[in-house]
Ligand binder design. Structure first.
Ligand code: HSE
Length: 436
């Protein structure tokens, strides 16, 4: 029977929890008008219920005891917004055991232990919404599950960590070094006090893991993602990239090649005129290439209290609609997972590459380096040497045609042993069409 309201309990009254409460309370009427019934915020549980979050919560809603949510038979949807693995996972499993639907923004938990959660939800006949787990306000989960359901996904390229994108943008436009840009991101609240997950690519890897499962029906494969962060990028490399017509972005990539799935996160040089290369500051964007749609792209805020709260509430609304129509599971939580994930070994991917050699400025050095590249079947597309400092170290920049990662690593290992090469070679993968 249709209820006049669907009750919601939120666990975690932090940044996203307070944003979710704001959206639910401030947009209560518009939600009621659109849904035809009320979404009622019945309880919010947090250990700290006294700090002002800039929103007036009705009397009796705040509690320090999470059991007030689990044990309330009127609460249909439990929203987990505390983040981390434990106790978040225990709370979610407890809610599912009690046949309550769950909404979560917890990408780290889903990417690493999501299988348990999804299996329990299937078993109990309840839903798990996770729109807010990838790219905040951008409704990419709905796009993958519904909008693009008719497509074979050829590739996804995502800028899905706002902190890293903000840092790289600062380095690009203000010629800042990484550590200064990070400090600024922390000052503005984009980066956390411990920014490891963001700058080391881990947060990005959690998100692309989820998108790969939605795209290819593979088991959640976080442990197979190749992850490189942005901590080794220098202002000098960004400036060389600029000179060559590229911008440097932390890109998450998943695509199907030769019957295998590529799953990788690394700094990538993108042609400046690509739409996704123009995504700057803390913004996110996801480019999805479907076999029927061709190129599509989704842009917006990937973080922030109220933007992420909007994604959480969209899941609450979807589940509440299904409750009212007795249509739980109409859109499955994730696609049917079939078999093992065949993740392509990083050694076997092929890409174009940027190399910055630190070499002595001496006759014959380039021919030594290019000889080794040639031995490994790596073909040079262009070379720049900056400055002239006879007998001293100079940066020597090389762009290659498509090469195999394994050959590149072996060649660089050999090159770095040359006595004319003074420092470890920096390399980045380059996207975009080859010039013909
Ligand atoms: N820390 C993330 C970012 C937002 O910087 O994009 C939450 O996923």
């Amino acid at each position: 029977m249709k209820k006049d309201k669907v009750n919601v309990g939120i666990i975690g009254f932090g940044v996203v929890g307070s944003g979710t409460a704001k959206v639910l309370l401030n947009n209560k009427n518009i939600l009621k008008q659109r849904l035809g019934f009320e979404l009622n915020l019945k309880k919010i549980a947090d250990l700290d219920i006294t700090t002002d979050r800039g929103i007036k919560i009705p009397e009796g809603v705040l509690t320090t005891d999470v059991n007030n949510i689990f044990n309330d038979p009127e609460i249909d949807i439990v929203v987990e917004l505390i983040g981390g693995i434990r106790p978040a996972k225990d709370f979610i499993l407890k809610a599912l055991e009690k046949k309550k639907h769950v909404v979560t923004a917890n990408k780290a938990l889903l990417a690493t232990e999501g299988t348990d959660i999804f299996n329990t939800a299937f078993e109990k006949g309840v839903e798990v919404g996770f729109e807010a787990s990838v790219a905040g306000a951008i409704p990419i989960i709905k796009v993958m599950k519904e909008g693009l359901v008719a497509n074979r996904i050829k590739a996804i390229y995502g800028i899905i960590n706002g902190t890293s994108n903000y840092i790289l943008t600062k380095m690009t436009y203000e010629n800042m070094e990484f550590s200064d840009a990070l400090k600024e991101a922390q000052k503005l609240g984009y980066a956390e006090a411990d920014p490891t997950f963001d700058i080391e690519g881990i947060d990005t890897a959690h998100k692309i893991t989820i998108l790969a499962t939605l795209s290819y029906g593979i088991p959640l494969s976080y442990n197979s993602v190749h992850i490189e962060g942005i901590t080794k990028i220098t202002a000098q490399d960004i400036s060389f990239a600029d000179e060559l017509g590229y911008k440097v972005k932390l890109l998450a990539i998943t695509k199907e090649t030769d019957g295998e799935i590529e799953l990788r996160v690394h700094p990538t040089m993108l042609p400046k005129d690509y739409l996704i290369a123009k995504v700057d500051g803390p913004f996110n964007a996801i480019y999805v290439d479907g076999d029927a749609t061709g190129s599509t792209m989704y842009y917006g805020r990937g973080a922030g209290s109220v933007p992420t709260g909007s994604a959480v509430v969209s899941d609450i609304a979807d589940i509440a609609r299904n409750i009212q129509k007795d249509a739980i599971g109409r859109v499955p939580i994730i696609p049917r997972i079939s078999g093992e994930a065949k993740i392509k070994k990083m050694d076997n991917i092929s890409s174009r590459y940027y190399f910055r050699f630190s070499a002595l400025d001496r006759p014959g050095v380039l021919s030594k380096i290019s000889g080794i590249l040639g031995n490994f079947d790596i073909s040079i597309a262009s070379v720049i040497q900056k400055g002239r400092r006879i007998g001293e170290e100079v940066p020597l920049v090389v762009l290659t045609h498509k090469a195999r990662e394994k050959d590149v690593r072996q060649a660089l290992e050999e090159i770095d042993k040359l006595h004319v090469v003074t420092n470890k070679t920096i390399y980045m993968r380059v996207e975009g069409e080859e010039e013909t």
